[in-house]
Design a protein around this ligand. Sequence first.
Ligand code: ADP
Ligand code: MG
Length: 566
Amino acid sequence: MQTSTDLKNLLARIDRRGYPAYKDTKGTYRFQDYVLSIDHVQGDPFAAPSRLSIRVSGKTAGFPPDLYRTPCRRVALQDALTRLFGRLAGQASYQAKGSGHSGLISLSRCGQEVLERTACQLDAKSGDLLLRLEVGFPANGRTINAGELEKILFDLLPRCVGGSLLYRNLDAEKLRAAADLAEDQQYIREALSGLGLCAFVADGSILPRASGVSDQPMKGAVPFRAPKELSVTLDLPHRGKITGMGIPKGVTLIVGGGYHGKSTLLKALELGVYGHVAGDGREYVVTDGTAMKIRAEDGRSIFQTDISLFINDLPNGKDTVHFDTEDASGSTSQAANVVESMEAGTSLLLIDEDTSATNFMIRDELMQRVVHRDMEPITPLIDRVRELYDRFGISTVIVAGSSGAYFRLADHIIQMDRYVPRDITDFAKREAAAYPVHSVPLEPAKAPDFDRHLSPSPEFCGDRVKLKTLGRDGVSINRETIDLRYVEQLADSEQAAALGYCLIYAQRHLLDGRRTLRQVVEELDALMERQGLAALAESRSGAPFLARPRRQEIFACFNRYRGWRR
Ligand code: ADP
Ligand code: MG
């Protein structure tokens, strides 16, 4: 390992030379409190910025083990440090002048969710810290401007490290609070099932967001307050007693007039599979970790999925047990989304009427009279929703503002009334009793068949696999785009990137035509758990910025890939 002085001398030597001379800086350098590693150097000022990492030994970093004694505390600590470092690097008003990405410093931008990221990783045994960042090495045209890089590496970075990675300089109370909050959230998530619940929304939570393009809490919003019928009190390890609405397992309907806050509640439940940072307003909105938002997704591809639970006897005679299409309809896409979620091991479906295919949700009496059931390939969800719970243990929360058809089947009916929930189960049930009974299918469904075996594609064998991330909306692999826009619980673009790497890793190492998709996802999850997220990328020149996706989203990504050999 070289010293920081070596690096300084090197920079002086290559100043004003052609840009490729920057490649000589690749290596590791000992600074006072940390080791700087230049893992990858960009080829020119316009290319993707260079990748750097900073390692601080556990002894120097000095974080007390209590802050990372469990995985969820460790992830919360890493998240807090990433945010701190990012803030300091951003504040440094210093801006290198030059061409292309000169002087640009970037690292993960964390949103409201607390996610495990490659950006910052703390070794649970040694306490060693690793932080990754990208720096655009400065140039004028294509001529190296080493003076500017020296300012970044010898002035800016040491200050950022000092202010964010050394425990002695940090607000200990704040860090402990972040770890405690994460642990309380995890405690609730783990307690839900035993309490017969699938979600919890604390009193006082702020569910709406500031705007359609901001995840910050809305100012002046009506705080959440549980109806007394559904009010439960939990005793959290750190915060102590907390009261809120427990959504019981089973079938729950959320009704109410337009604009009364139904979708906002559902959205909060969707993201309640993740922890949220303090101040978000949804810190104590916690959902069953396997929950899946289900929606219609016209145009998606479906690969050998058994949708016979909902769709049978298509007019073109197409097989619905191994259903295959490049262009699904609203109802077939939504059916596939349910069945794939079952395959992914969900125990809670979240559905909003606003984004559902009507013919997948209901068939009214009159329509059943006019178009006989033999002529209708779709068994709507309304005829399966009880069965999903009674036979498969899968609960459903449905937002429905326009159809009362589900009243009879629901276990609980919540009305959103000017953003405040009311339990109207008894009233709605009484009213429903006066209406004609909706016919229920006589035959129970055949349990879906998840015995899918995926074969690897030859183009993944070589070294040259092209992965391009499309922000939060998807990834493109070898020019095949995987559209993730409607995988609504994907919270971060780095998760989308990780999904791309999951697919590549599986293609190279796991797919063999024998393993089922379930086994493949199992192994990917185990890899991330055992070797860390960075292992996915198998990169020798520094791991890219990735955030850990849930297993559910790995399934969702594989299911939307159009490149499977048919
Ligand atoms: P619905 O689905 O019932 O039609 P939405 O959930 O879309 O209604 O909410 C309608 C509007 O009300 C949105 O702009 C949302 O931000 C806002 N809103 C939701 N909940 C609250 C609240 N608790 N306090 C203030 N405004 C809210
Ligand atoms: Mg709505």
